[in-house]
Each structure stands twice: as structure tokens, then as C-alpha cells.
Design a protein around this ligand. Structure first.
Ligand code: SF4
Length: 169
């Protein structure tokens, strides 16, 4: 089975189509999209004194580490469900190596921090997500479903160029 990257766990929770496109190497990261640039600046500047870009595996990069705490830095909590799943995934991978940590999601614009603990439900959520992701990646590109997030997505131009829309489910 192919490894799933942390960011792919996030994309899974946001949009299955985005996950599929990203995994297949179709990228629009250098298109000057405001959201992409904003994210890169945030990544460089926020909590800059803490240890950066911790890689437990080649496919996992955690924003910051501070002792027993892993921290992911986000602009806003609009995608908190996806942020939580991504953090649970990091905690899950570390647990497989016998390392127990607490996750923190830091939302800089709102100046708030959410704690994430890998409990039994969290482990189940990660296992189910991994099984679903592997299924999605083995199939054809998921159909375009218009979402509120689409306007800020780097794949917007691709998805809105002649695709037939389906209702968001
Ligand atoms: S533009 Fe919308 S449908 Fe297309 S990948 Fe992005 S979020 Fe998904």
C-alpha cells in the first residue's frame, strides 16, 4: 500500500477530488494563488523559535515540535475537522513507533489553540480514513462537486473549466 501524506489526510476531509488530483501529481502550487502564498508565509513565520518541519517519515511533515507537543499552524479554524484528522494521523503514526504526544492546532488569525488527543475514537477515525483514501486513489478521479471551499482552492480553474457540476452532498 502507498504511504499517505499528512496533507493528503487533510485533503481527504476537505475534498476527495482534491486528494486524488494531488496524489496523482497534478499540482498548481506555483500559480500565485493568494491562499497558497498566505499559507507559505505563515508556515515560515509563525512559532519560528520552535523546531520546524519535523519528519517522522518522508511522507509526514509536522509544522512545529515543542517537547511532548506537536503543533500545526493554520490561519483560521474553518477546516477544523480536517485539521483535527490530519493531527490525529500524525499522533497515530508516532504511536505506532511507541511515541505518545499531544497535538495542538494553532489558529493564528483567531488567536486560539485546540488540543487533540489520540483516543480510541480518534484511532478508528484514522483507520477508516486510511482505508477510504486507498480506495479513492485506486479509482478514477472523483466527480466535481461544488463546495464552499472551491473558491479558495488551487484546483478551482481546473475544476470549473467545463466540468458538469453536481450538488454538494
Ligand atoms: S475546486 Fe472544489 S471540487 Fe475542485 S478540487 Fe478544489 S475543492 Fe475539490
Amino acid at each position: 500500500m502507498e504511504n499517505v501524506r499528512g496533507v493528503e489526510m487533510h485533503y481527504y476531509a476537505v475534498c476527495k477530488r482534491k486528494l486524488w488530483l494531488f496524489h496523482k501529481g497534478i499540482r498548481f502550487e506555483n500559480d500565485g494563488h493568494d491562499r497558497v502564498i498566505e499559507g507559505k508565509i505563515l508556515h515560515e513565520q509563525a512559532y519560528s523559535k520552535l523546531q520546524k518541519d519535523i519528519g517522522t517519515e518522508e511522507f509526514v511533515k509536522i509544522d512545529r515540535q515543542d517537547g511532548d507537543v506537536l503543533r500545526e499552524i493554520k490561519l483560521t479554524s474553518k477546516m477544523q475537522k480536517a485539521d483535527r484528522l490530519q493531527m490525529l494521523y500524525y499522533l497515530y503514526i508516532l504511536k505506532q513507533k511507541g511515541i505518545c504526544k499531544t497535538g495542538l492546532l494553532s489558529y493564528t488569525k483567531e488567536k486560539k489553540t485546540i488540543e487533540v488527543h489520540l483516543d480510541t475514537q480518534g484511532e478508528q477515525d484514522v483507520r477508516m480514513a486510511l482505508a477510504n483514501i486507498h480506495g479513492i486513489l485506486q479509482g478514477n478521479i472523483p466527480a466535481f462537486q461544488k463546495r464552499t471551499y472551491c473558491g479558495k482552492c488551487a484546483y478551482k480553474d481546473f475544476c470549473f473549466s467545463g466540468e458538469v457540476e453536481q450538488d454538494e452532498s
